[in-house]
Design a protein around this ligand. Structure first.
Ligand code: PGA
Length: 252
């Protein structure tokens, strides 16, 4: 089956209006294959500017986080309605930095996935193990524990509208990428875990790899059977490198 290929750019707390300009002017003119989507997730401040400048139907706008609340006294938060209004269609949920730095729990993350879906936002649900968990051979147990509350909250059928990003914490921003074989093995585990609840749904879910993806390693990673694209941090801030990563998804 032809799964949707997705290259998502997670700018984190980086970037500026100049990057919005150069990134959109370079990417807008690319002809992407039908099954490839490029999702740019800048800081909230730049969402509107990007929204106006994106002029390519394969390029979508995404947020890095949002509130599970609809509105009200939540200083510093952003709602799903606000994201809808500026035409964002994706939202990253449960990034490891949100989990470790901001204390988001599996349960809160599951609720956010539900609220995103209820508001027609496609969640990019991030999961991944720490270095210690990998060394102690607890990777699969950790991933199961992160996924199960989401399955319980939204039901497996709703995963037809969910994107999952597997990001080993030890590979994020470190330059230490999982080998293509290791990444594939873990992606296969994630798909098999979902398949225990519904094999057809599991087969259709786009599973992205994240963690030090760059121009040199993207092609081999994306060529793996269960890797359907990537969530790109550092390399998504460099226009030329990001274009190479996008073209690696086209060919995979
Ligand atoms: P990185 O970040 O590509 O810089 O490792 C990935 C991410 O955190 O989503």
């Amino acid at each position: 089956m032809q799964r949707q290929k997705i290259i998502a750019a997670n700018w984190k707390m980086n970037g500026n209006l100049a990057l919005v300009d150069t990134m959109t002017s370079e990417l807008n003119s690319i002809t992407f294959s039908n099954n490839v989507k490029v999702v740019i997730c800048p800081s909230f401040v730049y969402l509107s500017a990007l929204s106006v400048k994106i002029a390519n139907e394969n390029i979508k706008l995404g947020a890095q986080n949002f509130s599970e609340h609809a509105s009200g006294a939540f200083t510093g938060e952003i709602s799903a309605d606000m994201l809808n209004e500026i035409s964002a269609s994706y939202v990253i949920i449960g990034h490891s930095e949100r989990r470790s730095v901001f204390g988001e729990t599996d349960i809160e993350i599951a609720k956010k996935v539900k609220v995103a879906l209820a508001n027609n936002l496609i969640p990019i649900l991030c999961i991944g193990e720490s270095e210690a968990e990998r060394v102690e051979e607890r990777t699969n147990a950790v991933l199961s524990k992160q996924l199960q509350p989401v399955i319980d909250e939204i039901g497996i059928e709703s995963f037809k509208d969910v994107v999952i990003a597997y990001e080993p914490v030890w590979a994020i921003g470190t330059g230490k990428t999982a080998s293509p074989e290791m990444a594939q093995e873990t992606h296969q585990f994630i798909r098999q875990f979902l398949a225990k609840s519904n094999a057809v749904i599991a087969e259709g879910v786009s599973l992205l790899y994240g963690g030090s993806v760059n121009a040199a390693n993207s092609e081999e990673l994306f060529a793996q059977a269960d890797i359907d694209g990537g969530l790109i941090g550092g390399a998504s801030l460099k226009v030329d490198e990001f274009k190479i990563i996008c073209s690696a998804a086209q060919g995979s």
